[in-house]
Design a protein around this ligand. Structure first.
Ligand SMILES: Cc1cc2nc3c(=O)[nH]c(=O)nc-3n(C[C@H](O)[C@H](O)[C@H](O)COP(=O)(O)OP(=O)(O)OC[C@H]3O[C@@H](n4cnc5c(N)ncnc54)[C@H](O)[C@@H]3O)c2cc1C
Length: 399
């Protein structure tokens, strides 16, 4: 269909073969993952069993771990190509977990910044889906936007190991994880700009505890966790002592961009649903599509999608090329989060009450869009960070 909202994507196609792979991923997500969404959203044993089946299906279909390195058991798709597929994979929030690309950030971090023992123990098994990892920075008692105030502590022991104590929350996937990367203060005082480190903690360690689940608009997956003098071996320090923010920054750049790509896929899905509904819901004056105010929803949503997509791909291309992408990722993150919320909201409006009920994925898409404006750093943080960088280039000092 020539004028669908995704028509602008073709001009972004970098090489042959990617389109065919993207179509296969899109088909798998549409036919296999999307029907399982209500079960997966609810969490618990039924969700775990459904996810296991989906992963087996993805492996059989040859779609497993597309962007992960070949030497670790992935398919080695470079970011420039994977970026074209991530939208299709992310059209369901559960796509990356089902197709085995979700561990990309942890595997990349551990492979690039872990010591020999960490590299030997975890990346291959994470890639294979035998182990799961999560990442814990945010704390209940301190602002996540100000990591220098991190209250979690790691005390060095006589044997060179560490004892970690503290509490983290909104740690995605913590209850099912085998290892958690924790941001902790190893040196200095609260507020110091140095002295923060990342430690990889096996969740089977004595003193690690899952405190409670934190449903987000009713959806499962986020957890509060506690560390009570948890022993961590010296060789599980990631990236070196005091290097947490450099390693986390690298991880976040890629992580935010991948999320933006997935949000594009989810917004496209909401847009398609809105247009289909506008065409088939008919009143005494004809279909909804004939109302100009409905047409305005369609226009504004399409404009948001089409203007956001190049920003996100620009950020991905710069990261893939190893170039500085702070401004591009900041712009993409804010634009993509706003865009998903806007498009999902418009689609709900056009559906009326049906858009709020259980029969469409729109409540879940709206939920993701709303959370997107907070997770991985709230909008305000990116707005000020991008503006400061740009102003500095004009000679302004700024705070
Ligand atoms: C679904 C979901 C999944 C998440 N997954 C993870 C995870 O896996 N691991 C993890 O560590 N964390 C995770 N988080 C937490 C998320 O990263 C934090 O919530 C986020 O970084 C903000 O931190 P905070 O909640 O402590 O907000 P705060 O730092 O308390 O900020 C609250 C509000 O204050 C305002 N504000 C803050 N700073 C500024 C500023 N500089 N200028 C202007 N206004 C400002 C903003 O409006 C902001 O929303 C997740 C969150 C959600 C919702």
């Amino acid at each position: 269909m020539e004028h669908r909202g995704d028509a602008g994507r073709d001009s972004l196609e970098p090489d042959c073969g990617t389109g065919e792979l993207r179509d296969r991923v899109a088909e798998f997500v549409r036919r296999r993952v999307m029907p399982c969404e209500p079960v997966l959203d609810a969490g618990g044993p039924a969700a775990a069993a459904a996810l296991r089946r989906l992963r087996e299906g993805a492996k059989e279909a040859g779609l497993w771990a597309l962007p992960l390195p070949v030497e670790l058991g992935g398919q080695g798709l470079p970011l420039a190509r994977y970026a074209r597929i991530a939208e299709a994979e992310g059209a369901s929030d559960h796509g990356p977990a089902a197709l085995g690309s979700a561990p990309l950030l942890d595997v990349t971090m551990l492979w690039n910044h872990g010591g020999d023992r960490v590299r030997e123990l975890y990346p291959k098994r994470l890639t294979a889906g035998e182990l799961r990892a999560c990442y814990a920075m945010t704390e209940p008692g301190t602002p996540g936007t100000d990591p220098f105030l991190t209250a979690t502590r790691a005390e060095e022991q006589a044997d060179g190991g560490w004892r970690v104590s503290g509490r983290k929350w909104f740690t995605s996937g913590a209850a099912e994880a085998d290892v958690v990367t924790v941001l902790a203060r190893t040196d200095g005082e609260d507020g110091d700009r140095s002295g923060l480190s990342l430690l990889l903690v096996p969740t089977g360690s004595p003193g690690f505890r899952v405190v409670r689940e934190l449903p987000v608009f009713g959806a499962a997956g986020q957890w509060e966790i506690e560390f009570d003098r948890v022993a961590v071996p010296a060789d599980h320090l990631i990236g070196g002592r005091g290097r947490a923010l450099a390693v986390a920054g690298e991880r976040l750049q890629l992580g935010r961009t991948l999320r933006c790509l997935r949000w594009l896929g989810q917004a496209q899905r909401a847009f398609d649903l809105m247009c289909e509904r506008a065409g088939c819901r008919t009143g005494s004056r004809g279909p909804l599509a004939d109302h100009q105010l409905v047409q305005q929803h369609v226009f504004e949503a399409l404009l948001a999608l089409r203007t956001t997509r190049p920003l996100v791909h620009e950020a991905a291309d710069r990261i893939a090329a190893g170039r500085d992408a702070h401004v591009e990722v900041g712009l993409a993150k804010v634009a993509a989060a706003r865009m998903l919320q806007q498009v999902a909201d418009a689609a709900i409006q056009v559906h009326g009450a049906a858009g709020l009920g259980p029969d469409t994925p729109l409540p879940a898409l709206f939920r993701t869009g709303r959370a997107a404006r907070i997770l991985d750093g709230p909008d305000e943080l990116h707005v000020t960070s991008v503006a400061r960088r740009v102003l500095r280039a004009y000679g302004a000092q700024g705070k």
